[in-house]
Design a protein around this ligand. Structure first.
Ligand code: PBG
Ligand code: ZN
Length: 324
């Protein structure tokens, strides 16, 4: 295969050839849309660092989910902004909590749109950590029961899938047991298995009001420098019963997505997080990059690295582009 006998440009010379040899195809089926639910009526609070995204009260949430559904997006992932926060995150597992109510509203209005719920405590604790705090320490084992309660309450509200994002050790097994013991054997777990302690979550924490009030998340989320460790996390979650394995963030961790893809035959999800979205939107606004093109290139790259599905704030825009 040496020049001049082989000329790679032969198969790049027109769009028909390029389409024929294209290796990676992004489709609307690959996309999951994150949504932020808040109590109240008629609320649509813009999230400044995430243009096009809002904290939505239930009727507006249903409206947006309906648009996503019309575009062919198969699933949304729900985050809640509760009315009250306390040390035990009681609003996270209240049967009338914001995510529980939003799930009920979405399932009533759009039964075949899949509703995935993010399972974590950080939006619901007054200190903003993903687990129960003892002094300055995040108590792993004391947190497990509350995470399981939260996941169970989501399932009882009608969630189609639960997605624990807390990074406590052993939570997948605890959640699987709680679901199975209560008749929810059919509810899959999408585990945030390799979730890094990333500065790319900044805009999300503004959107969800979930920044830690002291310290940071380095004692539970992964060190950005580690990739081999991601395989241990993934292996552990698979053994505990995860159905889908997630890597998060996506673009700065394409190598991790690739490694995880080699390691497992379970579906792999990647979370194209808030900071990744914000950077592209900001550069587009400055006129420095072509936003839609950078978006499509980014999502394609995440799939090329090995992700089967992508959680992304671009879901609606990308779906619209693919519809043509
Ligand atoms: C909560 C959670 C976070 C994200 C998803 N679930 C933030 C965090 O861990 O601090 C980040 C999502 C994003 O940045 O888009 N545990
Ligand atoms: Zn959390």
């Amino acid at each position: 295969m040496l020049f001049p006998d082989y000329r790679p440009r032969r198969l790049r010379q027109n769009e028909a050839f390029r389409r024929m040899i294209r290796e990676t195809r992004l489709t609307v089926d690959d996309l999951m849309l994150p949504l932020f639910a808040i109590n109240g009526e008629g609320i649509q609070n813009p999230i400044p660092s995430m243009p096009g995204h809002f904290q939505l009260s239930l009727e507006n949430l249903v409206k947006t989910a309906n648009q996503a559904h019309d575009l062919g997006i198969p699933a949304v992932i729900l985050f809640g902004i509760p009315e009250k926060k306390d040390p035990l995150a009681t609003s996270a597992y209240a049967s009338d909590g914001i995510v529980q109510k939003a799930t009920q509203a979405l399932k009533a209005a759009l039964p075949d749109l899949a509703v995935i719920t993010d399972v974590c405590l950080c939006q619901y604790t007054d200190h903003g950590h993903c687990g129960i705090v003892e002094g300055q320490i995040i108590d792993n084992d004391a947190t497990l029961e509350l995470l399981a309660k939260t996941a169970l309450s989501h399932a009882e509200a009608g969630a189609d899938m639960v997605a624990p994002s807390d990074m406590m050790d052993g939570r997948v097994a605890e959640i699987r047991d709680a679901l199975d013991e209560n008749g929810f054997q059919q509810i899959p777990i999408m585990s945030y298995a390799a979730k890094y302690c990333s500065a790319y979550y900044g805009p999300f924490r503004e959107a969800a009001d979930s920044a830690p009030k002291f310290g940071d998340r380095r004692t539970y989320q992964m060190d950005p420098a580690n990739a081999v460790e991601a395989i241990r996390e993934v292996t552990m979650d698979i053994e505990e019963g995860a159905d889908i394995i997630m890597v998060k963030p996506a673009l700065p961790y394409l190598d991790v997505i690739y490694r995880v893809r080699q390691e497992t035959d379970l579906p792999v999800a990647a979370y194209n997080v808030s900071g990744e979205y914000a950077m592209i939107k900001a550069a587009e606004k400055m006129g420095w990059v072509d936003g839609p093109k950078v978006m499509m290139e980014t999502l394609t790259a995440i799939k090329r690295a090995g992700a089967d599905m992508i959680l992304t704030y671009f879901a609606m825009e990308a779906a619209e582009m693919m519809m043509g």
